[in-house]
Design a protein around this ligand. Structure first.
Ligand code: HXC
Length: 262
């Protein structure tokens, strides 16, 4: 049975697909520490679940997440933030989550909300989604990877402008600039399109999907030559999987592949 939480909801709306919905409507899904703790628990459970092959992270139509919880952060001292490694656990998912995660963004995705979306493997959004890193207006800076991931996504010039001015950008711009993979006109279309894509990914060999995610993510960390070599090693290793044999045999026989996930 799916566990129940205070600040998030977990469902399995399609075969192989887990959906995590941020659910703190009174604060536009501001990401307080207990919410992040619940999110990490749910993500770890989805990672461990044999019935889950792809994940969707979303918020409400009005807000994906309006940022870290400003009221919680306001009184923090340097030594508290430093010694508790405040915010570090937000990025845990980028290490332990081997299954693909799609962020479906509608409404506000600001500050830590934008950063959380950027930690997903890719973003789908609505045209009028509202992305941004407004931390500068609060006397601080992005703290959950925004200066790094947004810069890799849009390039230095745009990232610097966005982070220094705090001005937001639309879902349409996000798609045009390569922050989002696809843009939809309505919230309903966004959710339908996201679940459809997640279901498609979940229909493939789990072994191959994990390998694909791993090598694309390596491109963000490694120099090109090392990244290409890393890819080739993983590609070679997949000849050791049964699913590679199953997939290629099914193609030759014009049949649908029945994956063993082995
Ligand atoms: C705590 C928040 C919040 C936040 C909204 N709320 N964002 N509470 N932290 N980040 C609360 C409001 O206080 C309000 O509570 C309720 O949610 C509804 O918000 P409103 O402002 O009334 O809604 P609206 O007028 O529609 O404006 C929406 C908004 C605005 C433009 C998104 O709420 C806003 O600017 N929020 C802050 C955005 C931001 O600066 N995010 C970055 C945070 S810093 P009440 O009780 O009054 O009803 C950050 C640092 C990241 O994320 C670094 C490490 C992760």
């Amino acid at each position: 049975a799916l566990r129940s939480y205070e600040y998030i909801q977990v469902s399995e709306p399609r075969p192989g697909v887990a959906q995590i919905t941020l659910n703190r409507p009174k604060a536009l899904n501001a990401l307080c520490t207990p919410l992040i703790r619940e999110l990490n628990t749910a993500l770890r459970e989805a990672q461990a679940s044999p019935t889950v092959a792809a994940l969707v992270l979303t918020g409400s139509e009005r807000a994906f997440a309006a940022g870290a919880d400003i009221k919680e952060m306001a009184p923090l001292t340097f030594s508290e933030a430093y010694t508790t490694s405040f915010i570090e656990s937000w990025s845990d998912l980028t290490s332990f989550l081997k299954k693909p995660l799609i962020a479906a963004v509608s409404g506000h995705a600001l500050g830590g909300g934008c950063e959380l979306a950027l930690m997903a493997d890719f973003i789908y959004c609505t045209a009028n989604a509202n992305f941004g890193q407004p931390e500068i207006k609060l006397g601080t800076i992005p703290g959950a990877g925004g200066s790094q991931r947004l810069t890799r996504a849009v390039g230095k010039a745009k990232a610097m402008e966005l982070i220094l001015t705090g001005k937001s950008f639309s879902g349409e711009e996000a798609e045009r600039w390569g922050v989002a993979a696809r843009v939809f006109n309505t919230y309903e279309e966004l959710m339908e399109g996201t679940l459809k894509t997640a279901e498609q990914i979940a229909s493939y060999s789990k072994v191959a999907v994990q390998g694909a995610k791993e090598v694309v993510n390596k491109s963000q960390d490694l120099p090109l030559r090392d990244g290409v070599e890393y890819e080739r090693r993983v590609f070679h290793s997949l000849f050791g999987s049964q699913d590679q044999k199953i997939g290629m045999k099914a193609f030759a026989e014009k049949k649908k592949a029945e994956w063993k996930n082995e």
